[in-house]
Design a protein around this ligand. Structure first.
Ligand code: PMP
Length: 393
């Protein structure tokens, strides 16, 4: 597939000059001007608090805030009353770990490729972990998962797309495996939400978490989607304003979800920026974005294979993410020399230390793509790697 020139959105990103090659969108996406403008207007022209003011400005900001919730729901095919705004995917997973209970089941089934934020919250909440191995090309081995899943598992919690390998989960099968044993399926959608069409109803998952800043929106806000009956059965986590029905010193009652999980003044402007980002992404279309990034991945993997000494990790069919190593060079040195060449890649463990252990490396270099990426970014990456090789002899 040729790289879709129809996207041609690079000029909408003020933080990406033509001679800079940003290949770290899996860490955080750069922002299109439309999102920056929405944030500026929300703090400028339109600013006020939400949910409490009786004056017109506050009422209209409340509408914008709730419209953002509806937009976040629409992005993944959910209903707005099922979306809780959180600080991001990390907080979303922590909320589930701290407050969701599935009877007295005490184990969580996750996989060897999970981000720390889909490992540590479960440990903190006192769950025992069972770890599904990967296939030889770096996908979650669902045959193994099927064997391992048991009625001791409260949840099965998998990354929809791996932030290191780009591997795409067969979500419908994951849901079947979880539900067959009465476990709840949580998907970490951080890397999928910006790169794939997501339809949580078709997946039949129970929880879905993602962060605005990876979907071209602002930091500090994200979403937890959950089936309404599950959310409403969960007790509140943080207490304060905006989540209560009636407070006395003797007894407090709480609002239904999602409000009961949103104590305090929320990230009002973040929500407005999140909405603008979702509109921006949906105008391009997640199908078009996925096709665009898949073409870039295919071209990138082919180009990297032509550089002697490069090892590629992960499956050929990866969603916008390519991790690699270069013989005899630490990924941090790759990253530093590439930076000199105007190419920004991530070098490190990518918050997936258990996966690094499994791959037998301390770190990888990772190139990740976005709507603005094009063939010039891959050319610059390959040129930069030749420079790395010259320096390291
Ligand atoms: N899961 C995955 C797969 C991720 O890539 C990330 C971000 N690197 C997270 C979870 C955590 O997201 P955040 O830091 O935005 O909460």
């Amino acid at each position: 597939t040729p790289i879709n020139p129809a996207l041609a959105v690079r000029d909408q990103f003020p933080a990406i000059p033509r001679d800079w090659h940003y290949l770290d969108s899996a860490a955080t996406a750069q922002k299109p001007q439309a999102v920056i403008d929405a944030i500026a207007n929300a703090y400028g022209r339109d600013y006020a608090t939400v949910h409490r003011g009786v004056y017109e400005r506050s009422a209209s900001m409340t509408q914008s805030f709730e419209a953002a919730r509806a937009a976040a729901a629409t992005l993944i095919g959910g209903r707005e009353e099922e979306v809780v705004f959180t600080r991001g995917a990390t907080e979303a997973i922590n909320l589930v770990a701290q407050r969701y209970r599935n009877g007295n089941r005490s184990r969580v089934l996750l996989s060897a490729l999970e981000h720390h934020s889909n490992i540590v919250p479960w440990q903190l909440a006192g769950y025992e972990l069972d770890v599904v191995p990967l296939t030889s090309d770096g996908r979650i081995d669902l045959d193994a998962a099927e064997q391992m899943a048991s009625e001791e598992h409260a949840l099965v919690s998998f990354a929809h797309v791996s932030n290191v390998l780009g591997s795409i989960l067969d979500t419908a099968r994951a849901a079947q495996i979880a539900h067959n044993v009465g476990a709840t399926l949580m998907l970490d959608g951080c890397q999928a939400a910006p790169r794939l069409p997501v339809d949580i109803a078709a997946i039949d998952c129970d929880f879905y978490a993602f962060s605005a800043h990876k979907v071209y929106g602002p930091t500090g806000i994200g979403a937890l989607w959950a089936k309404a009956e599950i959310l409403n059965a969960m007790p509140p986590w943080q207490g304060g304003g905006a989540m209560i029905d009636r407070v006395t010193f003797e007894k407090t009652t709480y609002l239904p979800a999602p409000a009961r999980f949103e104590a305090g003044t929320p990230h009002i402007v973040g929500a407005v920026g999140f909405h603008a980002a979702i509109d921006w992404v949906r105008a391009i279309g997640l199908d078009a974005l996925h096709a665009h990034e898949s073409a870039l991945v295919a071209e990138c993997r082919a180009a990297l294979r032509s550089v002697a000494g490069v090892t590629l990790f992960g499956p050929e069919e990866s969603a916008g993410i390519v991790s690699f190593a270069l013989d005899g060079v630490h990924p941090h040195d790759i990253g530093t020399i590439l930076d000199d060449a105007g190419v920004a890649v991530r070098a490190g463990h990518h918050c997936a230390q258990p996966l690094m252990d499994l791959l037998g490396v301390p770190a990888t270099a990772r190139a990740s793509f976005a709507a603005h990426s094009d063939a010039s970014d891959i050319e610059a990456l390959v040129q930069g790697l030749h420079k790395v090789k010259r320096i390291f002899g």
